[in-house]
Design a protein around this ligand. Structure first.
Ligand SMILES: [Fe+2]
Ligand SMILES: [Fe+2]
Length: 342
């Protein structure tokens, strides 16, 4: 049946354009099943002009009419996507590790600042990694600033003797020395410059190749040793840092953080410290590792003393909640080996 305009159709055209003056002509084409020019002609006769019709003989319109996105659908799509993001965020950096009924050791190592031709103690770093790999029941938690990675500050790039690419290769080799013994890696501010500047997380990619868990900023491991669960937590940085009291920051992390821990470690200061103190009737341990970067131009200019590359290490017992802390992994190995003797 041929199309004919009537009062109802004219009324729809008029009220639709009153309600939404941006309604494209294509909408009426589809709605009435008539041509573009038929709609335009009718509108002209009714004295209606819309933005896609110019006065005179020239008609200009988009080649493809743009369909405006339905805000309800856009919201719904983002709602689902964000739900997944929140779930991933909540699970990020959280692990469970189960160990046999034996004493184990957990060593916190950070601020390697791996770089060639620099004041970085690669010898001690390698020896510590080999010691951990060669000691049964000894594991490492890596706390960030794995490589020096000066890609953010131009002056530091000029002063660097090796490129970030060279340093990533050295880090890859370093992980291979004791990858079987590493519980997890987190990134520090020096590592994070690459994702910030280049949009790619190279540390995470290298860890993935070694089958090592990696997360940014923070990790928590529920370590089940025999019959006891120990909550290990480590971060590269935390608020409330104090030069006067190096364990102040991890203690405040216990107070203000999302959940308590048995051993809490905050890195980044390059000044090692370890302390046992009481929280809710339980002996709780906090620490900061030192750094293999003995000093730097930044450190010397600021008057910082040389760093001690110490890795606070804790023995965890399987039959009852008992933790013994040592200032460095080399001290802990002696007792760990004695405790594990058959
Ligand atoms: Fe550092
Ligand atoms: Fe740092």
């Amino acid at each position: 049946m041929a199309f004919r305009w009537d009062d109802a159709k004219e009324n729809y055209l008029r009220t639709r354009l009153q309600d939404d003056p941006q309604t494209p002509i294509s909408h009426f084409q589809e709605y009435f099943g008539i041509s573009y020019n038929a709609v335009r002609f009718k509108m002209k006769r009714m004295g209606i002009q819309i933005s896609s019709v110019r006065k005179g003989e020239v008609i200009i319109k988009p080649e493809i009419e743009e369909e405006e996105a339905d805000p309800e659908e856009v919201w719904k799509a983002y709602e689902e996507k964000n739900e997944q993001k929140i779930a991933r965020h909540k699970a990020s950096g959280r692990y469970v590790a189960e160990f046999p009924h034996e004493v184990i050791g957990v060593s916190f190592i950070s601020d390697q600042h791996i770089a060639g031709g620099n004041v970085c103690d690669l010898k001690r770093m390698r020896e510590d990694a080999e010691l951990i790999a060669g000691t049964p029941g000894l594991y490492a938690c890596l706390g960030g600033d794995s490589i020096d990675n000066h890609i953010k500050h131009r002056a530091a790039i000029l002063a660097a003797r090796t490129t970030p690419g060279d340093q990533y290769e050295l880090f890859d080799h370093y992980l291979s020395l004791f990858s079987e013994s590493i519980l997890g890696v987190i990134t520090g501010n020096h590592d994070d410059w690459t994702p910030q500047v280049a949009g790619t997380d190279v540390i995470a990619s290298i860890c993935k190749q070694h089958g090592i868990a990696c997360s940014s900023d923070e990790a928590r491991v529920a370590a089940v040793v025999g019959e006891v669960e120990y909550k290990l937590a480590w971060r590269h940085k935390y608020r409330f840092s104090s030069t006067m009291n190096q364990t102040h920051s991890p203690k405040q992390w216990y107070r203000f953080g999302p959940e308590p821990f048995d051993i809490g470690c905050v890195c980044h200061h390059h000044e090692t410290a370890i302390e046992a103190y009481m929280q809710h009737g339980k002996q709780t341990w906090v620490c900061r590792p030192g750094s293999y970067q003995i000093n730097s131009a930044y450190g010397r200019q600021g008057g910082y003393n040389d760093s001690l590359p110490a890795c606070p290490t804790f023995l965890l017992f399987p039959g009852e909640r008992r933790i013994i802390g040592f200032a460095d992994v080399r001290d802990a190995v002696i007792t760990l080996n004695a405790e594990r003797m058959p």
